[in-house]
Design a protein around this ligand. Structure first.
Ligand code: ATP
Ligand code: MG
Length: 668
């Protein structure tokens, strides 16, 4: 069972439990879409009592169907579940036309904040027109329903419009993050069998021009991409570029003279809206295929439930459209509920590390959603340079904060809560995955008492549980494997081109073949039942028979005032079975020699005090950074190899900073 190798149950709960609890304020709860725990429990009950009825009601209330569905869930070919299968709809119609019909045509859909601070806005009407012209242009190139289109663009209104235009004509898009290499792009083009690539001339990030179209050219030249007949190029920087006659078209030429109306292509609910490759944290990326109806339903609902979105909110999700977060909470979710959102082209540290805080004020952002990796790096930046500390910025427009991508260390949570949220904004720590389509386990901001570092409770209708290696439920307080026991509408439908890998990765026989295996370890609190993610199941440590998640030790390290980031892995050890090796980034410069030795000793003792002697890392290595995926996640699988002193032979195609591996090879 490849996906669950080394999986572990934390039979021993190490260390102190997090005891800080933060209730949502009465004022927030009073106005919230789901107000108070009683309301939450009532919804959970409804889902438990009549599972299909619950989802059918929500799908009817929250989406516009061209043809209503009569069958809610089809489990005949499990785990290839089908939702709302005889219903027809169009995702772009639901995101654009429907808002205009509801009188929101002049409402701002997108506030585009460019790298250099230039702002452009698009109303729902304007965006609709852009998308229709784009869609008509794609049709004029012969691109049709069912075709796959690669989108390799930077953050832009055009990038979002490209996704919506594909949805409008029923083409399945696959967005590839603009930082990926030609080789990675080529692999995705081939796997998806794409007929077209939509790209930009270049992208602007942190004041620098970076290539896009040149990398597309390189990818196509690597071979095997004969399916690609068209390359559409959005002009961003205006640099001179060679265009291949008969293949390449400027976007402005493509849309020139196109009608501003485009009848949506009505598709079945199960029609693949997109394929998206996972981040590659735990292995070779998987081409996750999502549906139209079920996916959009959950994108819309989680905007309402987790983000409590209201007509006057300004929503800002800092993810890139190349990640699932940028799909569900930029390209689809916000528009499915008629919200106003900020789309940000730049990076958090340009022109300085106060950019996020400055931008929140500039656009009166009320809901802010970012990743722990960004928070940790901005904590470090504020420590080094007090000028960019959030206390220098007016953040009073904020009413709700969110976190996604990795477990958030309790001390990072506290900083976010205090310094960004002013101790008044609830934080939704949203646990989910590319495969889940939208949030799974998260506090509800107007209901759930929050505990730093815990994603708390599953959303209504999400049957999350913790089981052992045989698929048996484990009691609260005992760690195990996170699973979802019932299919849900926005779940992955298959791995593109690889249904066998879909089955074995997510519905392994060992667990009975019907439970969705998330790949993460988790533990539920004895008293509250709250979930805490303990780390990837492949990363579980076993020291002298004590099973431990990586997260707890990492969080203990991050709680030390000197430490900015930490990653912990196990390596074989003759006496203890496995010993702990910690990779640490300090807020100060990387120490070497005697200083490194002294600090390593200090941190070992710190962990011993915080958790217990068993959790003391045997070795600590200091680095300027940690190896991360391009989506900002720590790649522990590479650190495991380095800890053992071996050479890396694994897939590193999604690694952001390969140079750091050299530095971390040996002790500082
Ligand atoms: P791959 O599947 O290719 O290894 P990946 O799992 O990093 O890559 P994503 O789908 O982007 O790809 O990330 C989902 C994972 O991110 C989850 O399985 C979990 O480990 C982690 N994660 C996301 N949000 C949270 C959160 N709020 N708390 C804890 N972990 C989270
Ligand atoms: Mg994953």
């Amino acid at each position: 069972m490849a996906a669950t190798e080394n999986q572990g149950q934390g039979t021993q709960q190490q260390g102190p439990e997090e005891s800080r609890v933060f209730e949502p304020s009465a004022a927030f709860a009073a106005q919230a879409t789901i107000s108070g725990m009683a309301a939450y429990h009532a919804m959970v009950k409804e889902a438990e009592t009549d599972y299909e009825g619950f989802w059918a009601r929500l799908a009817r209330e929250n989406l516009s169907w061209k043809k209503p569905f009569t069958r809610t869930l089809n489990e005949d070919d499990a785990p290839f579940y089908k939702w709302f299968e005889d219903g027809q709809l169009n995702v772009s119609y639901n995101c654009l036309d429907r808002n205009i019909e509801n009188g929101l045509g002049d409402k701002t859909a997108i506030i585009f904040e460019a790298d250099d601070g230039t702002v452009t806005k698009a109303s729902y009407k304007e965006l609709h027109e852009k998308v229709c012209k784009f869609a008509n242009g794609l049709k004029a190139k012969g691109i049709a329903k069912g075709d796959r289109v690669i989108i390799y663009m930077s953050m832009s209104v055009e990038g979002v419009a490209a996704m919506q235009a594909c949805a409008r004509i029923g083409a399945t898009h696959s967005v590839v993050f603009g930082g990926f290499s030609a080789k990675s792009l080529q692999e995705r083009i081939i796997d998806a069998g794409a007929v077209a690539v939509i790209t930009g001339d270049e992208q602007l990030r942190g004041g620098k021009k970076l290539p896009l179209k040149a990398i597309v050219d390189e990818a196509l030249a690597l071979g095997g991409c004969d399916s690609v007949k068209n390359v559409i190029v959005y002009k961003r920087t205006g640099s001179d570029l060679p265009m291949v006659a008969g293949r390449d078209t400027w976007l402005h030429d493509l849309v020139e003279g196109q009608s501003a109306q485009c009848e949506p292509e009505w598709v079945d609910a199960e029609h693949p809206l997109f394929i998206l490759y996972t981040s590659g944290s735990t292995g070779t990326p998987k081409g996750v295929q999502h549906s139209s109806g079920g996916y959009l339903l959950w994108a819309a609902l989680t905007m309402k439930w987790s983000f409590d979105i209201k007509p006057d909110d300004v929503f800002w999700c800092t993810a890139d459209i190349g990640w699932v977060t940028g799909h569900s909470y930029i390209a689809y979710g916000p528009m499915a509920v008629g919200a106003t959102q900020v789309v940000f082209e730049g990076i958090p540290t340009y022109p300085n590390a106060g950019r996020f805080w400055e931008t929140i004020k500039k656009h009166n952002v009320s809901i802010f959603y970012t990743a722990p990796t960004a928070i940790r790096s901005l904590i470090k930046a504020a420590d080094v340079d007090p000028k960019v500390h959030p206390s220098n910025y007016d953040l009073t427009s904020l009413r709700l904060l969110g976190s996604v991508g990795e477990p958030i260390n309790p001390e990072a949570w506290m900083w976010y809560y205090k310094h960004i949220g002013g101790e008044k904004c609830p934080i939704v720590d949203t646990f989910w995955q590319t495969e889940t389509g939208g949030h799974m386990i998260t506090p509800l901001p107007g209901a759930t008492p929050m505990v730093p570092g815990s994603c708390t409770l599953p959303l209504p209708g999400i049957m999350a549980a913790i089981v052992d290696e045989a698929g048996q439920d484990v009691p609260n307080g005992q760690g195990g494997i996170l699973v979802v026991k019932r299919p849900w509408p926005s779940m992955i439908r298959t791995i593109w081109n690889n249904p066998d890998r879909f089955k074995s990765s997510y519905f392994p026989e060992e667990l009975g073949g019907k439970m969705y295996l998330a790949g993460d370890g988790a533990i539920r609190n004895k008293d509250t039942g709250y979930f805490t993610i303990t780390g990837r199941i492949d990363d579980v440590l076993n020291v002298s028979g004590h099973r431990m998640g990586t997260m707890e030790i990492e969080s203990a390290l991050v709680a030390n005032p000197l430490v900015a980031e930490a990653a912990v892995v196990g390596r074989p050890d003759d006496t203890t079975g496995e010993s702990i090796c910690a990779f640490v980034v300090l807020k100060q410069a990387r120490p070497t020699g005697e200083e490194a030795k002294k600090l390593a000793l200090e941190l070992r003792n710190w962990v011993g005090k915080e958790i217990g002697p068993i959790a003391k890392p045997k070795e600590i290595r200091f680095g300027d950074n940690l190896p991360k995926t391009r989506s900002g996640k720590i790649m522990r699988r590479l650190l495991r190899v380095l800890a053992k002193g071996e050479t890396i032979t694994q897939d590193v195609s999604t690694l952001e900073n390969p140079a750091i591996l050299e530095q971390l090879k040996e002790a500082s």
